[in-house]
Design a protein around this ligand. Structure first.
Ligand code: NAD
Length: 480
Protein backbone atom coordinates (compact mmCIF):
# COMPACT_ATOMS: atom_id res chain seq x y z
CA UNK A 1 0.00 0.00 0.00
CA UNK A 2 1.29 3.45 -0.90
CA UNK A 3 2.67 5.48 2.01
CA UNK A 4 2.28 9.25 2.06
CA UNK A 5 5.19 11.02 3.79
CA UNK A 6 5.57 14.34 5.55
CA UNK A 7 7.80 16.98 3.94
CA UNK A 8 9.92 18.67 6.59
CA UNK A 9 13.15 20.61 6.10
CA UNK A 10 13.31 19.47 2.49
CA UNK A 11 13.11 15.75 3.39
CA UNK A 12 10.28 13.25 2.90
CA UNK A 13 9.89 11.68 6.32
CA UNK A 14 7.52 9.33 8.18
CA UNK A 15 5.66 10.63 11.24
CA UNK A 16 7.67 10.55 14.46
CA UNK A 17 5.01 8.32 16.04
CA UNK A 18 5.37 5.80 13.16
CA UNK A 19 1.57 5.64 13.25
CA UNK A 20 -0.51 5.72 10.07
CA UNK A 21 -4.12 6.34 9.09
CA UNK A 22 -5.95 4.26 6.46
CA UNK A 23 -6.95 6.23 3.40
CA UNK A 24 -9.79 4.64 1.41
CA UNK A 25 -10.64 5.29 -2.24
CA UNK A 26 -14.13 6.87 -2.23
CA UNK A 27 -15.20 5.15 -5.45
CA UNK A 28 -14.54 1.67 -4.05
CA UNK A 29 -14.49 2.18 -0.25
CA UNK A 30 -11.26 0.11 -0.20
CA UNK A 31 -8.14 1.39 1.64
CA UNK A 32 -5.43 2.20 -0.86
CA UNK A 33 -2.91 4.38 0.98
CA UNK A 34 -1.50 5.15 4.42
CA UNK A 35 -1.35 8.71 5.72
CA UNK A 36 1.00 9.89 8.50
CA UNK A 37 -0.81 10.17 11.83
CA UNK A 38 1.45 13.07 12.79
CA UNK A 39 1.35 14.97 16.06
CA UNK A 40 2.76 17.97 17.91
CA UNK A 41 6.35 16.68 17.59
CA UNK A 42 6.13 16.76 13.79
CA UNK A 43 4.56 20.23 13.89
CA UNK A 44 7.46 21.40 16.09
CA UNK A 45 9.99 20.00 13.61
CA UNK A 46 8.23 21.73 10.75
CA UNK A 47 8.15 25.06 12.62
CA UNK A 48 11.87 24.72 13.41
CA UNK A 49 12.69 24.00 9.76
CA UNK A 50 10.56 26.93 8.58
CA UNK A 51 12.08 29.32 11.13
CA UNK A 52 15.57 28.23 10.09
CA UNK A 53 14.79 28.84 6.40
CA UNK A 54 13.08 32.21 6.90
CA UNK A 55 16.04 34.66 7.06
CA UNK A 56 17.50 33.51 3.74
CA UNK A 57 14.15 33.07 1.99
CA UNK A 58 12.80 36.46 3.03
CA UNK A 59 16.06 38.06 1.83
CA UNK A 60 15.85 36.31 -1.56
CA UNK A 61 14.86 38.81 -4.28
CA UNK A 62 11.18 38.60 -5.26
CA UNK A 63 12.13 37.84 -8.86
CA UNK A 64 14.09 34.80 -7.71
CA UNK A 65 11.25 33.56 -5.51
CA UNK A 66 8.92 34.06 -8.49
CA UNK A 67 11.26 32.01 -10.68
CA UNK A 68 11.02 29.10 -8.24
CA UNK A 69 7.23 29.34 -8.14
CA UNK A 70 7.17 29.14 -11.94
CA UNK A 71 9.37 26.07 -11.84
CA UNK A 72 6.91 24.42 -9.45
CA UNK A 73 4.07 25.33 -11.83
CA UNK A 74 5.95 23.92 -14.82
CA UNK A 75 6.75 20.69 -13.00
CA UNK A 76 3.11 20.14 -12.01
CA UNK A 77 2.00 20.88 -15.58
CA UNK A 78 4.50 18.38 -16.92
CA UNK A 79 2.92 15.74 -14.68
CA UNK A 80 -0.67 16.89 -15.07
CA UNK A 81 -1.99 13.41 -15.87
CA UNK A 82 -0.40 11.86 -12.77
CA UNK A 83 -1.63 14.69 -10.54
CA UNK A 84 -5.16 14.56 -11.98
CA UNK A 85 -5.38 10.79 -11.59
CA UNK A 86 -4.16 10.99 -8.00
CA UNK A 87 -6.70 13.74 -7.22
CA UNK A 88 -9.54 11.77 -8.80
CA UNK A 89 -8.71 8.54 -6.94
CA UNK A 90 -8.21 10.39 -3.65
CA UNK A 91 -11.44 12.43 -3.76
CA UNK A 92 -13.84 10.40 -5.92
CA UNK A 93 -14.26 13.35 -8.30
CA UNK A 94 -14.41 12.65 -12.06
CA UNK A 95 -10.97 12.52 -13.67
CA UNK A 96 -12.31 15.00 -16.24
CA UNK A 97 -12.87 17.54 -13.44
CA UNK A 98 -9.48 16.97 -11.82
CA UNK A 99 -7.69 17.33 -15.15
CA UNK A 100 -9.57 20.43 -16.37
CA UNK A 101 -10.26 22.28 -13.11
CA UNK A 102 -8.27 21.18 -10.06
CA UNK A 103 -4.78 20.69 -11.44
CA UNK A 104 -4.72 23.47 -14.08
CA UNK A 105 -5.93 25.90 -11.42
CA UNK A 106 -3.20 24.73 -9.02
CA UNK A 107 -0.62 25.44 -11.73
CA UNK A 108 -2.20 28.84 -12.26
CA UNK A 109 -2.05 29.63 -8.53
CA UNK A 110 1.75 29.37 -8.63
CA UNK A 111 2.00 31.29 -11.91
CA UNK A 112 -0.38 34.00 -10.81
CA UNK A 113 1.45 34.71 -7.54
CA UNK A 114 4.83 34.51 -9.29
CA UNK A 115 3.59 37.46 -11.35
CA UNK A 116 1.69 39.18 -8.55
CA UNK A 117 4.65 39.36 -6.21
CA UNK A 118 6.71 41.22 -8.79
CA UNK A 119 3.83 43.72 -9.27
CA UNK A 120 2.99 44.20 -5.59
CA UNK A 121 3.66 47.64 -4.22
CA UNK A 122 2.94 49.57 -1.09
CA UNK A 123 1.30 52.86 -0.17
CA UNK A 124 2.77 56.34 0.19
CA UNK A 125 0.94 59.34 1.69
CA UNK A 126 2.21 62.88 1.34
CA UNK A 127 0.97 64.97 4.29
CA UNK A 128 0.78 68.29 2.44
CA UNK A 129 4.34 69.62 2.39
CA UNK A 130 4.95 68.63 6.02
CA UNK A 131 5.81 64.94 5.81
CA UNK A 132 5.99 61.91 3.62
CA UNK A 133 4.62 58.61 4.89
CA UNK A 134 5.41 55.34 3.24
CA UNK A 135 4.48 51.82 4.24
CA UNK A 136 6.92 48.96 4.33
CA UNK A 137 5.47 45.48 4.04
CA UNK A 138 7.52 42.61 5.44
CA UNK A 139 6.71 38.90 5.38
CA UNK A 140 5.33 37.64 8.68
CA UNK A 141 7.80 34.79 9.29
CA UNK A 142 6.41 31.29 9.73
CA UNK A 143 2.77 30.98 8.73
CA UNK A 144 0.29 28.09 8.88
CA UNK A 145 -1.96 26.99 6.01
CA UNK A 146 -4.78 24.52 6.70
CA UNK A 147 -6.98 23.29 3.86
CA UNK A 148 -10.02 21.04 3.22
CA UNK A 149 -10.73 18.00 1.03
CA UNK A 150 -13.09 19.28 -1.63
CA UNK A 151 -10.55 20.93 -3.98
CA UNK A 152 -7.40 19.56 -2.36
CA UNK A 153 -4.45 20.84 -4.40
CA UNK A 154 -6.37 23.84 -5.74
CA UNK A 155 -7.09 25.29 -2.28
CA UNK A 156 -3.80 24.14 -0.72
CA UNK A 157 -1.79 26.03 -3.36
CA UNK A 158 -4.16 29.02 -3.25
CA UNK A 159 -2.65 29.65 0.21
CA UNK A 160 0.87 28.32 -0.13
CA UNK A 161 1.72 30.15 -3.36
CA UNK A 162 1.08 33.70 -2.05
CA UNK A 163 2.57 32.90 1.36
CA UNK A 164 5.94 31.81 -0.01
CA UNK A 165 5.91 34.25 -2.94
CA UNK A 166 5.95 37.20 -0.55
CA UNK A 167 8.76 35.68 1.53
CA UNK A 168 7.17 33.67 4.34
CA UNK A 169 8.03 30.10 5.24
CA UNK A 170 5.09 27.76 5.58
CA UNK A 171 3.89 24.90 7.74
CA UNK A 172 0.98 23.44 5.79
CA UNK A 173 -1.60 20.83 6.63
CA UNK A 174 -3.71 19.30 3.87
CA UNK A 175 -6.89 17.46 4.76
CA UNK A 176 -6.21 13.96 6.08
CA UNK A 177 -9.12 12.88 3.88
CA UNK A 178 -7.27 13.81 0.65
CA UNK A 179 -3.47 13.86 1.19
CA UNK A 180 -2.15 12.52 -2.10
CA UNK A 181 -1.57 15.57 -4.32
CA UNK A 182 0.06 17.45 -1.42
CA UNK A 183 2.51 14.55 -1.27
CA UNK A 184 3.14 14.85 -5.02
CA UNK A 185 3.64 18.59 -4.56
CA UNK A 186 6.33 17.89 -1.94
CA UNK A 187 8.14 15.71 -4.48
CA UNK A 188 7.93 18.48 -7.07
CA UNK A 189 9.31 21.07 -4.62
CA UNK A 190 12.33 18.83 -4.01
CA UNK A 191 12.86 18.29 -7.72
CA UNK A 192 12.83 21.99 -8.62
CA UNK A 193 15.13 22.96 -5.76
CA UNK A 194 12.86 24.91 -3.44
CA UNK A 195 15.18 25.60 -0.49
CA UNK A 196 14.60 23.19 2.43
CA UNK A 197 12.20 24.51 5.06
CA UNK A 198 10.47 27.10 2.87
CA UNK A 199 7.47 24.78 2.59
CA UNK A 200 6.80 22.04 5.14
CA UNK A 201 3.83 19.70 4.86
CA UNK A 202 2.58 17.83 7.91
CA UNK A 203 -0.13 15.25 7.31
CA UNK A 204 -2.62 14.03 9.87
CA UNK A 205 -5.75 14.75 11.86
CA UNK A 206 -7.10 18.21 12.64
CA UNK A 207 -6.94 17.67 16.39
CA UNK A 208 -3.35 16.35 16.32
CA UNK A 209 -1.78 18.60 13.66
CA UNK A 210 -4.10 21.55 12.92
CA UNK A 211 -4.77 22.36 16.59
CA UNK A 212 -1.06 22.40 17.59
CA UNK A 213 -0.43 24.69 14.61
CA UNK A 214 -3.16 27.08 15.79
CA UNK A 215 -1.63 27.38 19.26
CA UNK A 216 2.05 27.30 18.29
CA UNK A 217 3.76 30.57 19.35
CA UNK A 218 6.19 30.31 16.44
CA UNK A 219 3.41 30.52 13.83
CA UNK A 220 2.30 34.10 13.36
CA UNK A 221 -0.71 33.65 11.07
CA UNK A 222 -3.17 30.94 10.17
CA UNK A 223 -4.84 30.83 6.79
CA UNK A 224 -7.67 28.32 7.01
CA UNK A 225 -10.27 26.97 4.59
CA UNK A 226 -12.82 24.48 5.87
CA UNK A 227 -15.99 24.21 7.89
CA UNK A 228 -17.39 27.01 10.02
CA UNK A 229 -17.18 24.79 13.11
CA UNK A 230 -13.43 24.21 12.70
CA UNK A 231 -12.90 27.88 11.83
CA UNK A 232 -14.54 28.88 15.10
CA UNK A 233 -12.31 26.46 17.00
CA UNK A 234 -9.17 27.85 15.36
CA UNK A 235 -10.31 31.40 16.13
CA UNK A 236 -10.90 30.48 19.82
CA UNK A 237 -7.36 29.12 20.07
CA UNK A 238 -5.44 31.58 17.91
CA UNK A 239 -7.16 34.90 18.65
CA UNK A 240 -5.88 35.27 22.25
CA UNK A 241 -2.37 34.62 20.90
CA UNK A 242 -2.92 37.56 18.48
CA UNK A 243 -2.20 35.52 15.38
CA UNK A 244 -3.40 36.98 12.13
CA UNK A 245 -6.35 34.93 10.88
CA UNK A 246 -7.90 34.37 7.49
CA UNK A 247 -10.91 32.06 7.68
CA UNK A 248 -12.71 30.80 4.57
CA UNK A 249 -15.64 28.71 5.73
CA UNK A 250 -18.99 27.21 4.80
CA UNK A 251 -21.74 28.46 2.54
CA UNK A 252 -25.39 27.98 1.61
CA UNK A 253 -25.45 30.11 -1.47
CA UNK A 254 -28.59 31.40 -3.19
CA UNK A 255 -29.11 31.14 -6.93
CA UNK A 256 -31.78 33.69 -7.86
CA UNK A 257 -33.36 33.32 -11.30
CA UNK A 258 -35.63 36.11 -12.48
CA UNK A 259 -38.19 35.50 -15.24
CA UNK A 260 -36.37 37.83 -17.67
CA UNK A 261 -33.14 35.82 -17.59
CA UNK A 262 -31.50 34.06 -20.51
CA UNK A 263 -33.30 30.78 -19.82
CA UNK A 264 -30.85 28.40 -21.49
CA UNK A 265 -27.78 29.98 -19.90
CA UNK A 266 -29.39 30.06 -16.49
CA UNK A 267 -30.41 26.43 -16.83
CA UNK A 268 -27.03 25.15 -18.02
CA UNK A 269 -25.14 27.08 -15.35
CA UNK A 270 -27.57 26.07 -12.61
CA UNK A 271 -26.78 22.44 -13.44
CA UNK A 272 -23.11 23.19 -12.81
CA UNK A 273 -23.64 25.34 -9.74
CA UNK A 274 -25.82 22.62 -8.21
CA UNK A 275 -23.84 19.50 -9.04
CA UNK A 276 -20.24 20.32 -10.02
CA UNK A 277 -17.86 18.15 -7.99
CA UNK A 278 -20.97 16.37 -6.57
CA UNK A 279 -22.05 19.68 -5.04
CA UNK A 280 -18.92 19.71 -2.89
CA UNK A 281 -17.74 23.23 -3.76
CA UNK A 282 -18.16 26.01 -1.22
CA UNK A 283 -19.41 28.23 -4.08
CA UNK A 284 -22.19 25.87 -5.21
CA UNK A 285 -25.70 27.35 -5.16
CA UNK A 286 -27.96 24.72 -3.61
CA UNK A 287 -30.84 27.12 -2.88
CA UNK A 288 -32.44 27.76 -6.28
CA UNK A 289 -35.10 30.49 -6.30
CA UNK A 290 -37.03 30.82 -9.57
CA UNK A 291 -39.55 33.56 -10.37
CA UNK A 292 -43.11 32.27 -10.75
CA UNK A 293 -43.71 32.90 -14.49
CA UNK A 294 -40.91 30.52 -15.51
CA UNK A 295 -40.91 28.24 -12.45
CA UNK A 296 -42.67 25.20 -13.94
CA UNK A 297 -40.75 25.33 -17.21
CA UNK A 298 -37.42 25.76 -15.46
CA UNK A 299 -38.20 22.97 -13.00
CA UNK A 300 -39.16 20.53 -15.71
CA UNK A 301 -35.98 21.21 -17.70
CA UNK A 302 -33.77 21.05 -14.62
CA UNK A 303 -35.30 17.76 -13.47
CA UNK A 304 -34.81 16.21 -16.92
CA UNK A 305 -31.15 17.24 -17.02
CA UNK A 306 -30.53 16.12 -13.47
CA UNK A 307 -31.95 12.67 -14.16
CA UNK A 308 -29.72 12.45 -17.25
CA UNK A 309 -26.47 12.97 -15.29
CA UNK A 310 -24.31 9.88 -15.39
CA UNK A 311 -23.15 8.77 -11.95
CA UNK A 312 -20.24 6.38 -12.33
CA UNK A 313 -16.61 5.40 -11.98
CA UNK A 314 -14.67 8.68 -11.62
CA UNK A 315 -11.93 7.30 -13.87
CA UNK A 316 -14.33 6.63 -16.79
CA UNK A 317 -14.45 9.44 -19.37
CA UNK A 318 -18.27 9.60 -19.62
CA UNK A 319 -18.87 10.11 -15.90
CA UNK A 320 -20.61 13.35 -14.83
CA UNK A 321 -20.87 12.57 -11.11
CA UNK A 322 -18.29 10.71 -9.06
CA UNK A 323 -18.36 9.53 -5.45
CA UNK A 324 -18.66 11.57 -2.27
CA UNK A 325 -15.40 11.89 -0.45
CA UNK A 326 -15.91 9.63 2.59
CA UNK A 327 -18.32 7.31 4.36
CA UNK A 328 -18.87 9.98 6.99
CA UNK A 329 -19.74 12.61 4.40
CA UNK A 330 -21.94 10.16 2.47
CA UNK A 331 -23.87 9.46 5.70
CA UNK A 332 -24.25 13.19 6.34
CA UNK A 333 -25.62 13.91 2.86
CA UNK A 334 -28.02 10.94 3.00
CA UNK A 335 -29.27 12.13 6.39
CA UNK A 336 -30.07 15.55 4.90
CA UNK A 337 -32.02 13.94 2.05
CA UNK A 338 -34.02 12.11 4.71
CA UNK A 339 -34.46 15.36 6.66
CA UNK A 340 -35.78 17.12 3.55
CA UNK A 341 -38.48 14.42 3.31
CA UNK A 342 -39.33 14.79 6.99
CA UNK A 343 -39.61 18.55 6.55
CA UNK A 344 -42.23 17.96 3.86
CA UNK A 345 -40.08 18.26 0.72
CA UNK A 346 -41.02 16.51 -2.51
CA UNK A 347 -38.12 14.74 -4.19
CA UNK A 348 -38.19 15.65 -7.89
CA UNK A 349 -35.04 13.78 -8.89
CA UNK A 350 -32.65 11.41 -7.13
CA UNK A 351 -33.16 11.00 -3.40
CA UNK A 352 -31.21 7.78 -2.89
CA UNK A 353 -27.83 6.10 -3.01
CA UNK A 354 -26.64 5.60 -6.60
CA UNK A 355 -25.70 2.02 -7.40
CA UNK A 356 -22.63 1.81 -9.62
CA UNK A 357 -21.68 -1.63 -10.88
CA UNK A 358 -18.29 -3.32 -11.16
CA UNK A 359 -15.27 -2.15 -9.16
CA UNK A 360 -17.29 0.80 -7.75
CA UNK A 361 -20.21 -1.23 -6.34
CA UNK A 362 -19.36 -0.30 -2.72
CA UNK A 363 -18.44 3.34 -3.41
CA UNK A 364 -20.07 6.36 -1.81
CA UNK A 365 -22.28 7.50 -4.68
CA UNK A 366 -25.42 9.62 -4.25
CA UNK A 367 -27.98 10.37 -6.96
CA UNK A 368 -28.09 14.06 -7.84
CA UNK A 369 -31.14 15.22 -5.95
CA UNK A 370 -33.68 18.04 -6.40
CA UNK A 371 -36.27 18.86 -3.74
CA UNK A 372 -39.20 21.27 -3.85
CA UNK A 373 -41.94 22.33 -1.48
CA UNK A 374 -39.73 23.49 1.40
CA UNK A 375 -39.86 26.87 3.10
CA UNK A 376 -36.71 29.01 3.07
CA UNK A 377 -36.44 28.78 6.87
CA UNK A 378 -36.33 24.98 7.22
CA UNK A 379 -33.07 23.23 8.15
CA UNK A 380 -32.62 21.78 4.66
CA UNK A 381 -32.51 25.35 3.36
CA UNK A 382 -30.45 26.80 6.20
CA UNK A 383 -27.70 24.25 6.89
CA UNK A 384 -24.78 23.41 4.66
CA UNK A 385 -25.21 19.94 3.09
CA UNK A 386 -22.20 20.16 0.75
CA UNK A 387 -23.43 17.40 -1.56
CA UNK A 388 -25.47 16.88 -4.74
CA UNK A 389 -28.70 18.15 -3.18
CA UNK A 390 -30.46 21.36 -4.24
CA UNK A 391 -33.86 22.82 -3.44
CA UNK A 392 -36.21 24.67 -5.79
CA UNK A 393 -38.43 27.47 -4.49
CA UNK A 394 -40.73 29.76 -6.51
CA UNK A 395 -40.89 33.49 -5.74
CA UNK A 396 -42.97 36.44 -6.89
CA UNK A 397 -41.22 39.66 -5.89
CA UNK A 398 -37.67 40.99 -5.66
CA UNK A 399 -38.02 42.05 -2.00
CA UNK A 400 -39.29 38.62 -1.00
CA UNK A 401 -36.46 36.68 -2.64
CA UNK A 402 -33.85 39.13 -1.33
CA UNK A 403 -35.01 38.40 2.24
CA UNK A 404 -34.88 34.65 1.59
CA UNK A 405 -31.46 34.87 -0.05
CA UNK A 406 -30.13 36.74 2.99
CA UNK A 407 -31.87 34.55 5.55
CA UNK A 408 -29.05 32.10 6.39
CA UNK A 409 -26.08 32.54 8.73
CA UNK A 410 -23.80 32.18 5.72
CA UNK A 411 -22.75 34.77 3.15
CA UNK A 412 -20.13 33.42 0.79
CA UNK A 413 -21.42 33.71 -2.78
CA UNK A 414 -24.63 34.32 -4.75
CA UNK A 415 -25.75 34.08 -8.38
CA UNK A 416 -28.36 36.37 -9.89
CA UNK A 417 -29.93 35.85 -13.31
CA UNK A 418 -31.67 38.79 -14.97
CA UNK A 419 -31.39 40.95 -18.09
CA UNK A 420 -32.53 44.02 -16.14
CA UNK A 421 -29.28 45.88 -15.53
CA UNK A 422 -30.64 48.18 -12.83
CA UNK A 423 -32.11 45.29 -10.91
CA UNK A 424 -28.88 43.31 -11.19
CA UNK A 425 -26.80 46.10 -9.63
CA UNK A 426 -29.45 46.96 -7.02
CA UNK A 427 -29.83 43.33 -5.98
CA UNK A 428 -26.07 42.67 -5.88
CA UNK A 429 -25.54 45.64 -3.57
CA UNK A 430 -28.18 44.38 -1.12
CA UNK A 431 -27.09 40.75 -0.94
CA UNK A 432 -25.23 39.76 2.24
CA UNK A 433 -22.47 38.00 0.40
CA UNK A 434 -18.74 38.30 -0.22
CA UNK A 435 -19.09 37.39 -3.90
CA UNK A 436 -21.96 38.03 -6.34
CA UNK A 437 -22.12 36.60 -9.83
CA UNK A 438 -24.50 38.24 -12.30
CA UNK A 439 -25.55 35.95 -15.16
CA UNK A 440 -22.69 33.56 -14.45
CA UNK A 441 -21.20 31.33 -11.77
CA UNK A 442 -17.64 30.65 -10.66
CA UNK A 443 -16.19 32.93 -13.31
CA UNK A 444 -12.92 33.67 -11.54
CA UNK A 445 -10.33 36.42 -11.88
CA UNK A 446 -7.59 35.69 -9.37
CA UNK A 447 -6.99 39.41 -8.75
CA UNK A 448 -10.41 39.88 -7.11
CA UNK A 449 -11.07 39.66 -3.34
CA UNK A 450 -12.28 36.16 -2.48
CA UNK A 451 -14.15 35.33 0.72
CA UNK A 452 -17.36 35.54 2.68
CA UNK A 453 -19.29 37.48 5.29
CA UNK A 454 -21.17 36.30 8.41
CA UNK A 455 -20.38 32.65 9.24
CA UNK A 456 -18.71 32.16 5.85
CA UNK A 457 -15.54 33.99 6.63
CA UNK A 458 -13.18 36.56 7.99
CA UNK A 459 -10.70 38.21 5.64
CA UNK A 460 -10.19 37.87 1.92
CA UNK A 461 -7.90 35.82 -0.28
CA UNK A 462 -6.82 36.54 -3.84
CA UNK A 463 -4.73 39.16 -5.59
CA UNK A 464 -3.13 41.86 -3.49
CA UNK A 465 -5.56 41.19 -0.60
CA UNK A 466 -3.80 37.95 0.28
CA UNK A 467 -0.35 39.49 -0.18
CA UNK A 468 -1.40 42.13 2.33
CA UNK A 469 -2.62 39.39 4.68
CA UNK A 470 0.71 37.59 4.52
CA UNK A 471 2.71 40.77 5.29
CA UNK A 472 3.02 43.14 8.22
CA UNK A 473 2.73 46.83 7.33
CA UNK A 474 5.03 49.36 8.96
CA UNK A 475 4.44 53.04 8.38
CA UNK A 476 7.50 55.29 8.16
CA UNK A 477 6.88 59.01 8.57
CA UNK A 478 9.58 61.41 7.31
CA UNK A 479 9.27 65.08 8.28
CA UNK A 480 10.13 67.23 5.31
P1 NAD B 1 -12.99 20.72 8.12
O1 NAD B 1 -13.24 21.98 8.86
O2 NAD B 1 -13.46 19.45 8.70
O3 NAD B 1 -11.43 20.51 7.85
C1 NAD B 1 -10.65 21.49 7.20
C2 NAD B 1 -9.21 21.33 7.66
O4 NAD B 1 -9.12 21.68 9.04
C3 NAD B 1 -8.67 19.90 7.55
O5 NAD B 1 -7.33 19.94 7.14
C4 NAD B 1 -8.79 19.41 8.98
O6 NAD B 1 -7.93 18.36 9.29
C5 NAD B 1 -8.46 20.66 9.75
N1 NAD B 1 -8.92 20.66 11.15
C6 NAD B 1 -9.93 19.94 11.70
N2 NAD B 1 -10.04 20.22 13.02
C7 NAD B 1 -9.09 21.14 13.30
C8 NAD B 1 -8.73 21.85 14.48
N3 NAD B 1 -9.33 21.64 15.63
N4 NAD B 1 -7.73 22.75 14.40
C9 NAD B 1 -7.11 23.00 13.23
N5 NAD B 1 -7.40 22.35 12.08
C10 NAD B 1 -8.39 21.44 12.11
O7 NAD B 1 -13.60 20.96 6.67
P2 NAD B 1 -13.73 19.89 5.49
O8 NAD B 1 -14.84 18.95 5.84
O9 NAD B 1 -12.38 19.37 5.16
O10 NAD B 1 -14.16 20.83 4.27
C11 NAD B 1 -15.48 21.13 3.94
C12 NAD B 1 -15.83 22.52 4.43
O11 NAD B 1 -14.94 23.47 3.84
C13 NAD B 1 -17.21 22.97 4.02
O12 NAD B 1 -17.83 23.60 5.12
C14 NAD B 1 -16.95 23.99 2.92
O13 NAD B 1 -17.94 24.98 2.76
C15 NAD B 1 -15.67 24.60 3.37
N6 NAD B 1 -14.98 25.24 2.26
C16 NAD B 1 -14.94 26.61 2.22
C17 NAD B 1 -14.30 27.25 1.17
C18 NAD B 1 -14.22 28.75 1.10
O14 NAD B 1 -13.44 29.25 0.30
N7 NAD B 1 -14.98 29.49 1.89
C19 NAD B 1 -13.70 26.49 0.16
C20 NAD B 1 -13.78 25.10 0.23
C21 NAD B 1 -14.41 24.49 1.30
Amino acid sequence: MQKVLNYIGGELVPPTSQKWLDKPEPATAEPYALVPDSDETDVQRAVDAAAHAFPAWSATPAAERARLLRRIADAIRARLDAFARAESIDTGKPLSVASTVDIPRSVLNFEFFADAVTQFSSEAHATDTVALNYTLRSPLGVVGCISPWNLPLYLFTWKIAPAIAIGNCVVAKPSEVTPMTAFLLAQVCREVGLPPGVLNIVHGLGAKVGAPMSRHPGISAISFTGSTRTGAEIARTAAPLFKKLSLEMGGKNPNVIFADCDFDEALATTMRSSFANQGQICLCGPRIFVQAPIYERFKEALVARTRALKVGDPLEPGTDQGALVSQQHFDKVMSYIELSRQEGGRILAGGARAQVEGRCRNGWFVQPTLVEGLGPECRTNQEEIFGPVATLTPFEREEEVLAWANSTNYGLAASVWTKDLSRAHRFAARLHSGIVWINCWMLRDLRTPFGGVKDSGVGREGGHEVLRFFTEPKNVCVKL
